[in-house]
Design a protein around this ligand. Structure first.
Ligand SMILES: Cc1cc2nc3c(=O)[nH]c(=O)nc-3n(C[C@H](O)[C@H](O)[C@H](O)COP(=O)(O)OP(=O)(O)OC[C@H]3O[C@@H](n4cnc5c(N)ncnc54)[C@H](O)[C@@H]3O)c2cc1C
Ligand code: SF4
Ligand code: SF4
Ligand code: SF4
Length: 512
């Protein structure tokens, strides 16, 4: 049984339709509040004890005593009380529509819009708080389900959440430029001019969605693995069912791709077989400056072949693809981007149903990445090749190499380029995209081949057909050991870096 209470709100957190089909829902509301879709106001005195109470909105300035009284009565009648929206459980920085100056947005709604209304959390105790305005209905449904199922691991962040935006992530150098916040933002207030999110204060409505959705605010690897695969995975590589060394047989792909061309060929296969209707890939503009792009044909997929050692806000590409009407999107990205996708799927609170449009997730392995200006410094400073003349670059056998347009190769020991990596990579524990359908990398297989980890049931089904058109064999024991060793180095080294941050009381990603 659920009590939904509205004691003063702008109405943007309207959530009545998550209750469709449920019998035991009671609606308690302030006398000034409107009816809520399928919910009709009921007398709170007559309500029995509920499993969950949900309160949204601030204390109404026009009827403060009545608001407080309803909040207290709902608290009394609810075993678990959930505060919803930044008006109810926000902070000074994130105020929601009503608690901040929102006359610009709702000029005729209330004469007290310019007044900072008191928050309900000052009057009643909430067990869980959801500081997101206009939370996605699917996300809210998952939270309610978790409360009913007593999934405390899934819910633990919401016991004491922060209500803020992603500027705190960028300011603390935790941001790795994945693009998740930009995808989550309902008002398109976030752009990525320099491979980092920039918030336009004129457009930001302080809803808090970007922060909750960011994989660097909180990320519980184990919980997400269990939710996605139903069981725990290998402690270093995550859950996987099969592992192969493989190579495409398509000569054009072989020529243009980084290793075995498996990512490019698999994307082509997904589009050709109509398993996906679009793919989000990383395409270089001039001189290796790279952007996310939505592609729909094998010819376009081929243009994205090859590794670009630079940060791309690829989740913005998912938003673009979904906004263009695609509903079965294939996504390829580095592990931190896969974390953004996985978190969006597990907690779809801010995004507008984008997670339901993603049909296939391919991760590429990743040890570290570079902001474009630093990649340029490595290439032009250490190899003296002009970025515009680079035809391919890669990392193998402990060396970063660059091939120039005239065919010459230049090599730099990897240890000399580590200092150029973005700082946030040193707080990353995922080497091979633990929440993807399929992960692909170069290490562990002979040169010109890819190492492939098949994870999900969907990944297994697709790969069992796809592998008929590629060269493949089970990965060697030695190959598996190499992958394990690299994942182990990444996890142990970066865990220590995170511990040092904790000691200095600096911000870290919670529950990682
Ligand atoms: C920053 C970075 C670091 C990496 N580090 C390692 C490593 O340490 N060990 C290892 O084994 N492999 C690493 N890889 C993966 C490796 O370079 C190959 O991408 C992978 O083996 C797939 O090869 P392929 O021939 O199947 O890919 P291809 O067929 O060439 O396709 C590559 C795909 O990767 C996507 N892509 C390219 N650049 C980026 C990018 N910057 N961000 C997101 N997607 C991108 C493209 O959209 C393309 O679809 C790294 C990749 C990146 C981007
Ligand atoms: S890590 Fe990703 S979601 Fe978080 S602030 Fe950076 S770009 Fe945005
Ligand atoms: S998601 Fe967009 S509107 Fe909401 S707080 Fe972040 S930047 Fe502002
Ligand atoms: S090391 Fe981690 S944070 Fe850095 S780009 Fe790779 S996956 Fe992202």
């Amino acid at each position: 049984m659920i009590i939904q209470a509205q004691i003063g709100a702008c109405g943007t957190c309207i959530n009545s339709h998550i209750y469709k089909g449920l019998d035991d829902v009671y609606f308690a509301a302030h006398s000034l509040a409107p009816e809520r879709g399928i919910l009709k106001k009921q007398k709170i005195e007559d309500m029995p004890t509920a499993d969950i109470g949900i309160i949204d909105g601030p204390i109404c300035y026009q009827g403060k005593e009545e608001s407080i009284q309803i909040a207290e009565m709902v608290r009394e009648r609810s075993k678990i009380l959930l505060g919803l929206g930044t008006c109810a459980v926000g902070s000074q920085t994130i105020g929601g529509f009503i608690t901040d100056d929102c006359s610009r947005l709702l000029p005729f709604f209330c004469p007290f819009l310019r007044t900072r209304h008191p928050k309900i959390e000052n009057y009643v105790h909430f067990d869980y708080k959801l500081p997101v305005c206009s939370a996605n209905q699917e996300g809210l449904r998952k939270i309610v389900e978790a409360v009913i199922n007593k999934d405390t691991e899934y819910l633990k962040y919401f016991e004491s959440p922060e209500a803020t935006n992603v500027s705190v992530i960028t300011e603390s150098n935790l941001c790795m430029g994945c693009g998740t916040c930009g995808m989550a933002c309902p008002t398109k207030a976030i752009d990525f001019p320099n491979q980092r999110p920039e918030i336009n204060p004129e457009v930001c409505i302080k809803c808090g969605a970007c922060f909750v959705q960011c994989p660097r605010s909180f990320f519980n690897t184990t919980t997400l693995t269990l939710r996605r695969f139903g069981q725990a995975g290998d402690p270093l590589l995550g859950y996987y069912q099969e592992a192969y060394s493989a190579r495409t047989q398509n000569e054009d792909i072989q020529r243009l791709s980084q290793d075995g061309g498996i990512v490019t060929d698999l994307l082509c296969y997904l589009l050709e077989k109509n398993i996906c209707d679009a793919a989000v890939v990383s395409v270089s503009r001039t001189g290796w400056d790279t952007i996310p792009e939505v592609v729909t044909t094998p010819e376009e997929v081929l243009k994205a072949a090859g590794t670009k050692y630079t940060v791309v806000p690829n989740l913005m590409g998912i938003k673009e693809a979904a906004d263009q009407g695609y509903t079965n999107i294939a996504f390829v990205g580095v592990p931190c981007q896969i974390q953004g996708v996985a978190k969006t799927d597990a907690y779809p609170l801010g995004d507008r149903y984008y997670s339901s449009k993603i049909n296939f997730i391919i991760s590429i392995f990743c040890m570290e990445n570079f902001l474009f200006r630093n990649l340029r410094s490595i290439v032009e400073g250490r190899t003296e090749v002009d970025m515009a003349d680079v035809s391919k670059m890669g990392i193998s056998k402990g060396r970063f190499w660059v091939r120039s347009a005239d065919g010459n190769r230049f090599r730099v020991p990897v240890k000399h380029i580590k200092d150029y990596a973005q700082e946030s990579c040193f707080y990353c524990l995922d080497f091979c995209g633990e929440h993807s359908d399929i992960s692909v990398g170069g290490v562990g297989s002979p040169e010109g081949y890819s190492s492939v980890l098949v994870r999900s049931e969907k990944g297994k089904k697709v790969f069992s057909e796809f592998k008929k058109r590629i060269e493949h064999e089970l990965i060697s024991e030695e190959g598996m050991k190499t992958i394990h060793d690299l994942a182990s180095i990444k996890k142990s080294t970066n865990s220590k870096t995170i511990e040092r941050r904790k000691e200095k009381k600096e911000r870290v990603t919670l529950f990682l």
